[in-house]
Write a protein that binds this ligand. Sequence first.
Ligand code: IMP
Ligand code: MG
Length: 369
Amino acid sequence: MIKLHDLYFKPFISEQEIDTAVQKMVDGIADDLGDEVPVFIGILNGSFMLVSDFVKKYPKPCEVTFIKLASYEGVKSTEDIQRLIGLTQDLTGRTVVILEDIIDSGNTLEEVHRIFENENVKQLIIATLFYKPEAYNKDFKLHYVGMEIPNKFIVGYGLDYDGLGRDLPDVYQLKTTQHMTNIVLFGPPGAGKGTQANFLKEKYDLIHISTGDVFRFNIKNETALGMLAKSFMDKGELVPDQVTIDMLNKEVEKNAGANGFIFDGFPRTNAQAKALDDLMEDKDSQIDAMVALEVEDEVLVQRLLKRGETSGRTDDADESIIRNRIKQYYTKTAILKDYYTDQNKYFGVDGVGSVEDITVRLSSVIDKL
Ligand code: IMP
Ligand code: MG
């Protein structure tokens, strides 16, 4: 992933794939033109890399020149096209091949046609490395297309976003979700997860998604997914991962503009962790870290027994039940610890100390993500 100005872009087309597409254009044009000596005309600035690579591959004699006109500001195609600079050569009777980096709306191409109308060329051939069929709204024939791409903004290989990115040898695509910080928060019962989640969500402006809460909400409001989940629970069966993932997906989509999420209570298995990775990837995002509060068993037992004195939670009153819950936690999360450690995303944080101290420790992990 790269950042240009304020936006994030993800790898989209590799140098190797671009090379193959350029070669395909070269082969097609060289075959069709035979011994004709063409004038290749690159449209600056975007086409400089393409033209350079293209003519190096072109197997026969040719001429090369550049003209300049620009139609883009920021990431939107604008209607007003600037004046032409650089066409000084007499092209009467010549075969002219326009080499474009990209054809989007076709406005630039329309301008090109207008300009060449009075040049008395033998033929005007249009070749473009990238072409966005969904954006194109003109009727001019595109004789050679290197690659059709979806209607999303790209940078690299000559193409820029407000001046940056032209130098990149690969092509990157604008991420539909801008950068999020997504954390999976873990901790044994009594570690202070809830307390810390509340601080973190305030401090980093994150959305806290507790799967337990999401379930209860969907069931209470009798949503389709809630009813589906309940049908499994009523039979005493586990809710299938896909149902949970669909619910999380809805939560993430509801908060598409968020700075990020704190996932709490999910994932619990390898398969779920993978499903969560896929979900985030689908959103052009990622899980950045599993942050686990680490607290010694004896401290947890004491904390929970103390909580049990006032909370009235039966599962907090009995020491053997408490110990069993703690043991369960370690058995279950060990797998996840490995899963995230393999991706260098596991961060254990000492969960003993004052609430403030622990928040500071958690923050120092999050600040580095
Ligand atoms: P058109 O006139 O809308 O066809 O757009 C052509 C010009 O817009 C190109 O020469 C580029 O300068 C710019 N452009 C179109 N799409 C993109 C893109 O995805 N990334 C960067 N520049 C683009
Ligand atoms: Mg261009």
